[in-house]
Design a protein around this ligand. Structure first.
Ligand code: PEP
Length: 288
């Protein structure tokens, strides 16, 4: 009931939608038929792991392992203290680097915060925004995630915006409501066009850090929902935005996930901490 009310309000809030939805859906189908190719992307999220010594080995192995992969992009998001190390070891390679969070302001009396400009100073190209661990353990909200998303874009960074439902929400059939609300927190404030320079990540909370990945079909269903929801506002943006899947991706399941039509790569936690796992995942992306 609340969900339907919310959906209807969102429709009214976005646009004079009725005609637009129809036209956008037709356009999306036409654009999809033309098989718009989205380049695959694999992003490692190291979370709070690493040391100067172990990073050196890991990064050298990843760089060597992905050297000849030319059909996918590869990024590692490292803890702040290692950005300088990532910059010196990854410059000139085909592995880009980024951060796992940032503040939405560029400077000020904000003890402990790291600004978008500081990430740019260290050569970051990407930053994760709204990860479920930030939302749940550090009380970040749709509002604060949206503000950071926008600040990242303004700084010239690519935000990787995470969305996903808990297991209780999935069991109650609230997945589309939760993911739709998180997506709308961006579109409602900044419009659909900002997604042109962003990456989305569907990360169901029950799959992150567990050993229960979504099946390729489960993930595809939500990715398709996300793309269609964007298409209601802008079919061109919907067809081009990369949507990553995250949650217990391993070398064993990566190829099947990446073969799904709306899955454009992965956001990888634990498996990004070992080149033996991360490189085959990047390879699977490049070959899919
Ligand atoms: C993540 O932290 O974003 C993640 C997907 O973790 P894992 O791959 O370990 O489930």
């Amino acid at each position: 009931m609340i969900r339907h009310l919310y959906d209807n309000l969102m429709k009214l809030a976005h646009f004079p939608l009725t005609g637009t939805v129809l036209i956008s859906t037709i356009k999306l189908n036409r654009i999809n038929r033309k098989k718009m190719m989205r380049r695959k992307l694999v992003v490692g999220n190291w979370k709070m792991h690493g040391s100067i010594a172990s990073n050196k080995v890991l990064l050298a192995d990843v760089v060597a392992g992905v050297r000849n992969l030319d059909a996918a992009d590869c990024v590692v998001c490292v803890p702040y203290p290692y950005l300088c190390q990532a910059q010196s070891l990854l410059q000139g390679t085909n592995v880009a680097w980024g951060a796992q969070n940032m503040c939405s302001t560029n400077d000020g009396a904000l003890t402990g915060a790291v600004s978008p400009a500081m990430l740019v100073d260290y050569g970051c190209t990407h930053v994760i925004v709204g990860h479920s661990e930030r939302r749940n353990l550090f009380h970040e909200t749709d509002d604060t995630a949206a503000a950071r998303f926008n600040a990242a874009l303004e700084a010239g960074l690519v935000p990787i915006f995470c969305m996903g439902e808990s297991s209780e929400e999935r069991e109650s059939d609230w997945t589309e409501y939760i993911v739709g609300r998180q997506l709308d927190s961006i579109i409602r404030r900044y419009g659909p066009h900002v997604l042109e320079n962003a990456v989305l990540a569907y990360e169901p909370l029950w799959a992150v850090g567990s050993d229960k990945p979504a099946t390729p079909q489960q993930a595809q269903e939500v990715h398709e929902f996300i793309r269609k929801r964007i298409a209601r506002c802008d079919a061109q943006v919907a067809a081009q935005v990369r949507i990553l899947y995250g949650g217990s991706v391993t070398p064993a399941n990566a190829a099947q996930l990446f073969a799904m039509p709306d899955i454009d790569g992965g956001l990888i936690g634990r498996a990004s901490l070992s080149a033996q796992d991360f490189v085959p995942i990047c390879r699977a992306a490049s070959q899919s």
